[in-house]
Write a protein that binds this ligand. Structure first.
Ligand code: 2AM
Ligand code: CA
Ligand code: CA
Ligand code: CA
Length: 281
């Protein structure tokens, strides 16, 4: 079976159209949020726009592909155990859509224009389509397994920097302020003297897209979930980059501590995190 389309409908086209529609609506809601709710901790936030975006995406995708499984962040109870259980629940699905309806909710709430819609499709546990859409810049990053990654007509390729000393590296500050954050801060302390500079712009999916586009030479973050990473991981792989966990193990949907680079700086970054004891909990 050709895994990229079913009944004449292209999975990729549906992913693109859905991300674009949701993104357009999210953009129209910037500065219009009535209420912010707290999820697992005081740093873990959700708005009606996160929920509305997920509902829109879910409806559009399941209208096209009613027999596919769907895993979206806002359909899962808050907290790391529930996330892992939710992924386990759908682990035997043939086709599984993995969706983050707004990646970068804190930015969205504050009007800091760096957030994205992330839509991935996995076939038997392997990501075959990945779309990350930045509605504020109207940048839609799309990858298909084995067919490359694109931003509009331009084929994406990772950066050519071969040393941390010339690299701009992205990271994120974990929401888990007790467990994961101190570990990440140790990593930042170790990396800061080695890299050209670090960036945390607040959307893991968009950071991954930026690695794919060569705008960052690497990105790592600990304590993420499948919906933060899946689409962006394929973007990086299809742009010639490398994706593993922070211990250097191959990327799978269950990876929570992720490292994605242009490939050239992968070992150096991994070694630094390892030496700093900053690969995760
Ligand atoms: P979100 O905006 O979809 O919640 C920023 O460092 C990254 O961390 C974002 O991708 C953000 O996704 C994610 N994030 C925010 N809160 C989180 C939490 N409680 N657990 C795990 N990841 C979280
Ligand atoms: Ca969230
Ligand atoms: Ca997210
Ligand atoms: Ca989200």
């Amino acid at each position: 079976q050709e895994p990229y389309r079913v009944g004449g409908k292209s999975f990729t086209a549906v992913a693109i159209n859905t991300a674009a529609k949701a993104g357009e609506w999210i953009k129209s809601r910037v500065g219009e949020i009535r209420r912010v709710d707290v999820k697992y901790s005081s740093h873990d936030l959700v708005t009606e726009v996160d929920k509305g975006s997920e509902k829109m995406i879910r409806n559009l995708i399941l209208t096209h592909f009613p027999h596919h499984a769907f895993l979206g962040e806002e359909g899962v109870e808050p907290g790391p155990e529930a996330s892992a259980a939710a992924l386990e629940n759908v682990s035997d699905a043939e086709y599984l859509w993995i969706v983050d309806p707004i990646d970068g909710t804190t930015n969205f709430i504050h009007g800091f224009p760096f957030f994205s819609v992330s839509i991935a499709l996995a076939y038997k546990g392997e990501v075959i389509v990945g779309v990350v859409y930045d509605p504020m810049r109207d940048e839609l990053f799309v990858a298909e397994k084995g067919k490359g990654a694109y931003l509009k007509a331009a084929k994406l390729g990772v950066s050519g920097e071969s040393a941390l000393s010339e690299s701009l590296v992205g990271t994120g500050f974990p929401a888990d302020r007790e467990g994961a954050l101190p570990i990440n801060l140790a990593g930042i302390n170790a990396l800061m003297p080695k890299v050209r500079n670090l960036r945390n712009a607040g959307s893991a999916a968009l950071h991954l897209a930026y690695v794919a586009a060569g705008r960052l030479s690497g990105f790592y973050e600990i304590g993420l979930n499948a919906w933060d990473i899946a689409a962006g991981a394929l973007l990086v792989q299809e742009s010639g980059g490398r994706v593993t966990d922070t211990a250097g193990q191959p990327y799978t949907l269950g990876v929570r501590n992720v490292m994605a680079t242009n490939g050239l700086i992968h070992e150096e970054l991994q070694n630094e995190l390892q030496q700093a004891g900053a690969t995760g909990l």
